[in-house]
Design a protein around this ligand. Structure first.
Ligand SMILES: Nc1ncnc2c1ncn2[C@@H]1O[C@H](COP(=O)(O)OP(=O)(O)OP(=O)(O)O)[C@@H](O)[C@H]1O
Length: 298
């Protein structure tokens, strides 16, 4: 298990802000083998800083990162796969050559690096591009190469900073499938993303970070349950004012009135809705991750 506990990090300030910037103020979460963990938060919340600390690119002021119960070492990190925010590919190098090169850097034999490269090129749909220089690839294909580089040495853990940003839906599916395969093989996967629908679809657990603190962490099901259900009622051609005095938020678009509430007497609301117009929808719904996120960071 990868455990991140109580990470704190303040960046030094300049003449304009001598106190510096407190980027992390007690970040902590754990990711088990075979678990896909979505790390979400607004711009500047602290996701990249956390990942850089895990990968040893930055040092925390305090807190700890452990792997299998022991403090993380440089040797452990060499067995991790990392996709940094500032993508780190050699632009002039050809695709296959590049993946193989990173495999060798991680200690694979030439034969093992070639085999892993061929497998990944196949799996990530890069076959037609294998002899092209990275600089000539589209953003989506560069990202596929970046993921191949993170995967080539069959890592023990995957840490990926916004691996899906800027990708078309086909590329998203290709990368997601590659990650799910590793996850099923027992690898803990952490990735950051602003695409909350994607996080909801792929992740077992989610951590929501706001201004350097964890504001929620757990399985998507637990977070939803904690948030409570919402009653959603849609009434067509309703008389104006029909929902006056009822709890919740009413949205009116053309002749469609939608009431969303988490309190109140549902039978009374149904009676009022039926009296007011044609009830098109009446039911309890669980919040989406986007709604949980907005509530958590509000
Ligand atoms: N090297 C640095 N020097 C000073 N401040 C920094 C540095 N790196 C990050 N910060 C600040 O730390 C805070 C956290 O930044 P971080 O990049 O970790 O956020 P993030 O959640 O990854 O954001 P995004 O979603 O925009 O990538 C921000 O206020 C940022 O400006």
């Amino acid at each position: 298990m990868l455990e991140i506990s109580e990470l704190r990090k303040r960046f030094a300030g300049g003449p304009d802000s001598p106190e510096g910037k407190l980027a992390l103020d007690g970040i902590g979460f754990a990711v088990r083998p075979g678990e896909m963990y979505g790390f979400v938060g607004a711009n500047g919340a602290g996701k990249t800083t956390t990942m850089r600390i895990v990968m040893g690119v930055l040092q925390a002021d305090s807190g700890s990162v452990t792997w299998q119960g022991n403090p993380l070492t440089a040797a452990d990190r060499r067995r991790f796969g990392y996709m940094p925010e500032e993508r780190g590919l050699y632009q002039k190098m050809r695709v296959a050559e590049q993946i193989e090169y990173f495999g060798r850097l991680h200690g694979l034999s030439q034969a093992a690096a070639t085999k892993a490269t061929d497998d990944l090129i196949d799996r990530l749909g890069l076959g037609e591009r294998r002899s092209d220089a990275v600089e000539s690839l589209s953003l989506g294909n560069q990202q596929r190469v970046q993921l191949a580089v993170a995967l080539v040495h069959d890592p023990d853990v995957l840490i990926l900073d916004e691996p899906f940003s800027g990708l078309d839906p086909i590329a998203v599916d290709t990368l997601a499938t590659a990650l799910q395969e590793r996850c099923r093989g027992g690898v803990p996967v952490i990735f950051s993303s602003h695409q909350l629908d994607l996080v909801e679809r792929l992740c077992d657990s989610v951590g929501i970070v706001s201004a350097g603190r964890m504001v929620a962490s757990g399985t998507v099901g637990d977070l939803r349950a904690a948030e409570g259900r919402t009653l959603r009622v849609v009434v067509r051609e309703a008389a104006p004012g029909w929902a006056d005095g009822l709890p919740g938020r009413l949205t009116v678009r053309d002749d469609r009135h939608e009431l969303a509430t988490s309190t109140g007497d549902d039978q009374e609301i149904l009676r009022r809705a039926m009296k007011a117009g044609q009830v098109e929808h009446f039911g309890y719904e669980q919040p989406t991750l986007t709604e949980i996120f907005k509530e958590a960071v509000a």
